[in-house]
Design a protein around this ligand. Structure first.
Ligand SMILES: NC(=O)c1ccc[n+]([C@@H]2O[C@H](COP(=O)([O-])OP(=O)(O)OC[C@H]3O[C@@H](n4cnc5c(N)ncnc54)[C@H](OP(=O)(O)O)[C@@H]3O)[C@@H](O)[C@H]2O)c1
Length: 339
């Protein structure tokens, strides 16, 4: 008998962060696998801010928009339960592009599917430290941001998974690390548990003024996760020959037309700044090499991540909203089955 599968589909383009009016949870019978397919029982899937961008109709993003009536795509961690691909077997633990669903059918020759080890103290770290967020943080800091020991390093969305990892990587390189985040509780996590030197609450404080106080010699590297007014505040405070590693532009993702700015664009010339954008699928193939470096820090207790895990596929939208209203800390996941 065919297996039933539930998945979230994009029924309409969302307005702002009203996901409940735009996404629908639907049930269907899973298709029969064909050669080259693997069937994954999702245990967890990742909630990513970038997914919001693909819910919009904009064609000029780094991936085309999700077509209406299609499943929402996301990174999953799950167990292969059936394989028609020679390199995968039932029981394999995989990280893969799947769907916000109970099961994902993926084609490893066409899309990202990677077998990962069962030998990890916390298997969820396959979706954090040792997955695309960890690689983005590491390469964003080390290669795209060209961060050096002694640099003053500032990161926005610092309590989110990529920002928190980027700050810890910079700390390992010997930088002074300042995180911009949105609550006292998040500031405490960053300073007391992750070793950030200082934090700024963008909901309570004047970010430009606080950066001026905290970085009298200027910012050498700004790791941008949000864009908007926080990017302007950083630009105003950059050091000569500073670097801006553009990881994400979170405040743009729910806009249907280009967002003007940054207002302080002239600082690129005045301070001779270097801007570099980067996108993790470009370097997925480097994941195993980067993981070897991250592993040594992780095992030494110098790279940490906490999880905001929501139980149940039906609670996905509420969990997703928390990425944008500041109501969560660390990596956001939905659990739909046991591993
Ligand atoms: N280039 C790449 O390949 C790549 C890969 C992964 C992620 N990214 C990007 O990196 C960024 C962060 O993603 P993530 O998955 O690490 O984060 P996340 O875990 O989804 O957390 C996002 C955080 O952003 C903060 N935030 C939300 N709205 C904000 C606003 N208007 N202004 C300032 N901060 C805001 C929130 O915390 P607060 O309480 O601090 O506001 C929230 O916790 C996103 O832009 C994402 O697209 C890029």
């Amino acid at each position: 008998m065919a297996k039933l599968n539930r998945y979230w589909k994009l029924a309409r383009r969302p307005v702002g962060n009203d996901f409940a009016s735009a996404l629908e949870l639907v049930e269907h019978e899973l298709e029969t696998l064909v050669d080259g397919d693997v069937l994954i029982q999702n245990a967890y899937f990742s909630l990513d801010a970038g997914t919001r961008m693909w819910m919009s109709p904009r064609e000029d993003s780094y991936s085309p928009p999700t077509p209406l009536h299609s499943p929402i795509i996301g990174m999953v961690l799950g167990r292969v339960v059936e394989s028609r691909h020679p390199d995968f077997r039932s029981g394999d633990l995989v990280r893969a592009y799947g769907q916000w669903s109970d099961f994902s059918i993926s084609r490893p020759d066409e899309t990202y599917v990677e077998r990962v080890s069962w030998q990890l103290d916390d298997l969820l770290q396959h979706l954090a430290v040792f997955g695309p967020n960890g690689w983005t943080a590491y390469l964003g800091v080390v290669e795209y941001g060209q961060t050096k020991p002694g640099d003053t390093f500032v990161v926005s969305a610092a309590s989110g998974v990529t920002g928190a990892l980027a700050g810890q990587v910079a700390a390992q390189l010997g930088c002074r690390v300042i995180g911009i985040t949105g609550s006292t509780q998040k500031e405490a996590w960053l300073k007391e548990e992750l070793g950030f030197d200082a934090t700024i609450d963008h909901r309570q404080e004047d970010v430009a003024m606080r950066l001026r106080e905290l970085c009298p010699e200027g910012i050498n590297v700004y790791f941008d996760n949000v864009g908007g007014t926080i990017l302007d505040a950083a630009l105003e405070n950059m050091a000569l020959f500073g670097r801006v590693a553009v990881c994400g532009l979170l405040v743009h993702y729910d806009k249907e037309t280009p967002v003007p700015g940054p207002y302080k664009f002239d600082q690129i010339l005045m301070k001779r700044l270097q801007f570099t954008g980067f996108f993790s699928p470009d370097f997925y193939h480097r994941g195993p090499d980067v993981n070897r470096i991250l592993k040594s820090w992780y095992e030494a207790g110098k790279l940490k991540m906490r999880f905001d895990v929501t139980q149940g596929l039906e609670n996905t939208l509420e969990a997703y909203g928390k990425l944008f209203n500041g109501q969560k800390i660390g990596k956001s996941l939905v659990q739909v089955a046991d591993l």
